[in-house]
Design a protein around this ligand. Structure first.
Ligand code: LLP
Length: 433
């Protein structure tokens, strides 16, 4: 499916001209494709048709209400990590019973909110958290459904900050201790085991680690199934996507496979690696994909403000900054940068740093990247920005957060207004003394 493509010389999202959107709504501007979100959700769910499963979209990747609502309408569940994310899902029309509540540091207030709302289950990351959940549940006259997040000690993930399944990470409980924790839970009174969960990392671009982690979980899941009557195994998220295309090699016919996962990992490959292992288990399988669903469904449009040539380098200075998209600064994340006006095949190219206006050397989107020459006023698209883009945006340097647009076919709707200057100081005050 081609959701972002050049048509008549201009980059489009589905049927909508991105230059027109940038002119109408200003830049920086996030634009999302509904068709791509739906397609990714359906393809993932379809690839696992042989399993009783529920795809719980990881809200942290992109929590805009309109994106959540799209997924509600597809029948998705949600993986949440805070009271705020649960609130968003409920506001978007989602059901608490379809939400798994993850995260190492849930507060008692969050636990109470989630219990009252009736979440599907709590993914528990430590024994002290389990005790806290039990205590809150008993105080509310409830029994909280839980699953232990198991740390299977498998190395995976695109960057050390997003690898979570090794024993030295803060996540989960060591696989060797898990059976004991389930046994102890029975004595707490306020909790009831319903499943077991794992997640090994993010932006994983090969099937091997997923299969290895599932294999490690199977004996444990079998044991828990008989001893504790659990109903589900969640195999987490982490499916990697393609961030790089052939544009870097000077080709313009590059966007055609942007909606596929990472080149080395197809959805079919993922499903082929895990589904046969899980088929005979007799448990419902939950998944928690974030990036796969929304990553390549979004772009960040930004306008070139200035060009600057120094003896050492060429800089293209754009109006988006690290506060709008922090992935390059934080994880050395790669985002393709594409002029919205299609460059001619023989267009002049240059090697430049693409940088933002924030007062930090880390405020760059590309360094030493070969790109078609752009001029002040041109709009460029930072591709694959739908996951962990706006969701990680901040007001650093007192920069208002960008607007977000959702496209569906020929339609485009503002799904979050650009912040105003007044928004920047909302809630602040100067003491009277
Ligand atoms: N489940 C759990 C328990 C997680 O911690 C995460 C992501 C997911 C599911 C979803 O993972 P995904 O399918 O999106 O890979 N900000 C980083 C990524 C951080 C991922 C955190 N956990 C980035 O921009 O690359």
């Amino acid at each position: 499916m081609h959701s972002f493509h050049y048509r008549n010389g201009t980059l489009h999202c589905e049927e909508v001209n991105l230059e027109t959107l940038a002119d109408q709504h200003g830049t920086p501007l996030y634009v999302y494709s509904s068709a791509t979100v739906r397609d990714h959700y359906r393809r993932l769910s379809g690839s696992l048709h042989s399993l009783d499963h529920l795809v719980c979209y990881a809200v942290k990747a992109n929590s805009n209400l309109a994106i959540l609502n799209l997924l509600v309408r597809e029948g998705a569940g949600f993986d949440i990590v805070s009271a705020g994310e649960l609130f968003r899902v409920l506001q978007a029309g989602g059901k608490a019973e379809q939400c798994t509540f993850a995260g190492v540091g849930k507060t008692k207030a969050e636990i109470a909110y989630a219990l009252e709302a009736g979440v599907h289950s709590f993914n528990v990351e430590s024994e002290s958290e389990l005790a806290a959940i039990s205590e809150v549940a008993r105080a509310h006259g409830k029994v909280a459904p839980f699953a232990i997040r198991v740390n299977p000690d498998v190395a995976a993930g695109g960057h050390k900050y997003i690898s979570t399944g090794k024993s030295e990470n803060k996540f989960g409980i060591g696989i060797e201790r898990v059976a004991d924790v389930y046994a102890k839970a029975a004595k707490l009174g306020g909790v009831r085991p319903v499943g077991v969960q794992m997640h090994i990392g993010s932006q994983i671009t090969e099937a091997g680690p997923f299969a290895m982690a599932v294999e490690r979980m199977l004996p444990l899941a079998e044991k828990l199934k008989t001893g504790h009557d659990i109903e589900f195994l969640s195999i987490g998220g982490g499916i990697g996507i393609a961030y790089q295309s052939s544009l870097a090699s000077g080709e313009n016919e590059w966007w055609h496979r942007r909606d596929t996962p990472a080149p080395t990992l197809t959805l079919e490959g993922y499903a082929a690696a895990v589904a046969p292992l899980l088929r005979g288990l007799g448990l419902r399988i939950l998944l928690e994909p974030g990036r796969l669903i929304v990553g390549n469904a979004g772009v960040l449009l930004t306008r070139v403000l200035y060009r600057k040539v120094t003896p050492a380098k060429r800089f293209v200075i754009v109006d988006a900054g690290m506060n709008d998209l922090i992935r390059p600064a934080l994880y050395s994340g790669y985002h393709e940068i594409v002029p919205v006006r299609e460059p001619a095949r023989d267009a002049r190219r240059e090697t430049a740093d693409v940088v933002g206006p924030v007062c930090e050397s880390g405020d760059f989107f590309a360094q030493g990247r070969e790109l078609p020459l752009t001029n002040a006023g041109d709009v460029v698209a930072l591709m694959s920005a739908g996951a962990y883009g706006f969701a990680m945006a901040s007001n650093y340097n007192s920069r208002p957060m960008p607007a977000e647009i959702l496209v569906d076919g020929q339609r485009a709707a503002v799904v979050r207004e650009r912040q105003s200057l007044a928004d920047l100081i909302r809630g602040e005050s100067i003491p009277a003394w």
